[in-house]
Design a binder for this molecule. Structure first.
Ligand code: ADP
Ligand code: MG
Length: 308
């Protein structure tokens, strides 16, 4: 079992058409045909969107993503148009709303990994490969890879796991030129993010990007269409961040943001068995509060500025 414990109702705003309820974000289209992305305070763990929310999470992750888009602007164009609130939107959307250029999304989750864990580790243990790429013997959970690798995946529906695929599958699916560009951009952005995070005591173990093509009439230039970085970037929701000081290969690393949530859910106090069919329970206030602080702390460490 997995998915939403309680499916949220999207807010109705005149002039906006609701397109999609994601695990964490609501997607709308405005009358200009632009995309309005609203991050909520929802949090997921163990494949569930939990019944509790984390105050400020939507604003912290939106601000972090916007900060990263700026850091990356010389490497790749991005979809951000503005952070203005649409007319008639609730005041509490401020700080967690991004108006974006609508892109024709490439149906590939562009994952870069500098460290071995998660689905990469599972494949490695079977075959000493990740997405078909051969890796040396002797790596364990959390090991740094000899060099970062591009490990694409195909997108799954809510509650299902993305499927890792070989580079050749991506090339077949989107064409060799686009595949090569996706890989090049993904690795360039990963390297920038990894180095910047490392300087600030944080390991960027892996991360996922989504790219799209500018839709017709948008690009202005002649020649081929341009790939643009979309979605959110280098937030804890799309990336694994570990505290460098706690890193110790050979065991599961504690996720910087969700450590208290996972510890509590998997501990005796929650009374919850994640292998059961039961949905997870509400988080107690102290777990919510400490988790809110970890998001604020991730923001502060990475950007060098306290949140608010
Ligand atoms: N600029 C964009 N144009 C069009 N679609 C986008 C853009 N940026 C992101 N998306 C898409 O918007 C959706 C966001 O959904 P998301 O909140 O991530 O929910 P989910 O939990 O279903 O992934 C994704 O399908 C993503 O590919
Ligand atoms: Mg998504």
């Amino acid at each position: 079992m997995s998915g939403f414990v309680e499916k949220p109702e999207p807010v109705h705003v005149p002039g906006l058409v609701h397109l999609h309820t994601g695990k964490v974000r609501e997607l709308y289209q405005n009358e200009a045909g632009e995309l309005v992305m609203v991050a909520s305070d929802r949090i997921s763990a163990y494949d569930w969107v939990l019944p509790s929310t984390i105050p400020d999470k939507g604003r912290i992750l939106t601000q972090l993503s916007l900060w990263w888009f700026e850091q990356l602007a010389d490497l790749v164009p991005n979809h951000v148009l503005s952070t203005d609130l649409p007319a008639g939107a609730p005041a509490d959307w401020a700080g967690r709303t991004v108006v974006c250029r609508p892109l024709r999304m490439v149906p590939v989750e562009c994952v870069a990994r500098g460290y071995l864990t998660g689905s990469g580790l599972a494949e490695y243990e079977q075959s000493r490969t990740v997405c078909g790429l051969a890796l040396p013997e002797g790596l364990s959970d959390g090991s740094e890879l000899p060099a970062p690798i591009f490990t694409p995946a195909t997108k799954a529906e809510v509650g299902e796991h993305d499927e890792n695929v070989a580079y050749e599958d991506v090339a077949r699916r989107v064409g060799p030129e686009t595949a090569a560009q996706l890989r090049q951009l993904t690795m360039a952005v990963y390297h920038r993010g990894r180095d910047l995070a490392r300087d600030r005591g944080i390991i960027l173990a892996d991360t996922k990007f989504e790219f799209g093509f500018e839709t017709a009439g948008d690009s202005g230039g002649e020649g081929g269409e341009r790939l643009v970085l979309g979605d959110e970037v280098l937030t804890p929701d799309s990336s694994r961040f570990w505290l460098a000081a706690d890193w110790e290969p050979g065991r599961a690393q504690r996720p910087f943001d969700k450590q208290y949530v996972r510890d509590w859910l998997s501990g005796p106090e929650s009374g919850w068995d994640r292998r059961s069919e039961q949905p997870p329970p509400e988080l107690p206030a102290h777990v919510v509060e400490r988790t809110r602080d970890t998001y604020a702390e991730a923001y502060r460490l990475l950007t060098g500025t306290p949140f608010e």
